[in-house]
Design a protein around this ligand. Structure first.
Ligand code: FA5
Length: 340
């Protein structure tokens, strides 16, 4: 039996050596080591009939040969599939066309940010961004919104448990104080940045959105300057005379305060989910800067006047592109984004 095993080994190794393709390699493996009819497998099955003395000797030789055949097959397989292989089925066709690399483009909100910045720059504004991670002081207190003030509910946000009471800013208005603390008038500032709110989202409300804050501080600034600035900006952005309406409103940091609505371009004023069936979409809050805000910033009493506004950029972009749900803007859905 020992001779039989040795002969089988040399035959198998010789066969493996001459193999040129994978199919033959599999065939040889089945021929010698196959579970049913493999030649070596069958020999191993006969071990049980040997004497107790012969069994260990023959058994260990047979196992050693099995390993050697397996090893030779593995080496051959690597040889056949390595880069230098001449196997026809595995060669590369370098004449095939390559994979097309798609060019991306800026997200509609980024395009909107850049357009807004360009327009305000052309009107002589300085463009800033400000921190998204704010303190309670700048987001509320310094803007005449003390603890317990009912308007805090409207600007509810995401709070961080810390001694300073940090939070994700609900608007860009904190930048009014931050800038005024550092600079004296005349000021002409535009802040474009992300805001966050603890919001039940719907077609026109998101928990994360952008504000364009503008403020001008000097002597003798009036509501007329505010309305003119807003109309000039909106006409430039939409490249046409836009229809807006100005309503009296309330903000603790402006007096008087206004809200400005846009005639809904999604439904043409007929009523839809975007405009809550009213035909109008609120796009910004504005007003004359409250004396209390000037006081917090350390400005001389009654020397300066100024206006401020906070525009919802996402809603502007919705109007510009007739987008019927604000949530699409942050959805990362390429089918949506590729349209712009
Ligand atoms: C403010 O945040 C004030 N800071 C605006 C302001 C600035 C007033 C300066 C006076 C002076 P308001 O909460 O209304 O105001 O938000 C301003 C605009 O942001 C809204 O008119 C709307 O266009 C947009 N906006 C508000 N909440 C959301 C929301 N959840 N999702 C999308 N846009 C929103």
């Amino acid at each position: 039996m020992i001779n039989q095993i040795k002969q089988l080994k040399s035959k198998a190794l010789e066969q493996i050596n001459q193999i040129k393709n994978k199919a033959d390699l599999d065939k040889v493996w089945r021929q010698y080591l196959g579970r049913q009819n493999g030649k070596l497998t069958k020999l191993l099955r006969g071990l049980k009939d040997l004497s107790v003395k012969e069994k260990p000797k023959v058994g260990s030789l047979a196992n050693q040969v099995k390993q050697e055949i397996n090893q030779a097959i593995d080496i051959k397989r690597q040889e056949l599939f390595s880069s230098g292989s001449k196997v026809k089925s595995e060669t590369l066709d370098f004449t095939l066309p390559g994979k097309k690399v798609e060019l991306g483009h800026l997200h509609p909100l980024t395009q909107g940010k850049q357009m807004a910045a360009d327009i305000f720059l052309s009107m002589g504004f300085e463009i800033l961004e400000g921190p998204e991670f704010e303190t309670d002081y700048y987001n509320f207190e310094a803007l005449n919104i003390p603890k317990g003030h009912p308007s805090r509910d409207m600007w509810d946000t995401f709070y961080i448990k810390s001694k300073k009471g940090e939070l994700l800013r609900t608007h860009t208005s904190p930048m009014q104080i931050r800038v005024m603390e550092k600079k004296k008038p005349p000021l002409k500032v535009c802040v474009i940045g992300k805001c966050f709110r603890h919001e039940a989202t719907d077609a026109s409300h998101e928990h994360t959105f952008y504000h364009i804050e503008g403020f001008v501080v000097d002597e003798e600034i009036s509501v007329a300057n505010l309305i003119y600035t807003l109309k000039t900006f909106l006409n430039a952005l939409f490249k046409t005379e836009v229809k807006i309406r100005v309503r009296p409103s309330y903000f603790p940091f402006t007096e008087p305060s206004f809200e400005v609505d846009f005639a809904c371009l999604n439904c043409g004023g007929k009523g839809c989910p975007v405009c809550s069936q009213t035909g109008w979409v609120e796009i910004l809050g504005a007003g004359m800067i409250h004396p209390e805000v000037f006081k917090q910033a350390g400005y001389i009493k009654e020397k300066y006047t100024g206006f401020a506004f906070g525009i919802g950029l996402d809603r502007l972009i919705m109007m510009k592109h007739k987008i019927d749900d604000i949530r699409l803007l942050h959805s990362s859905d390429l089918r949506f984004i590729r349209q712009f």
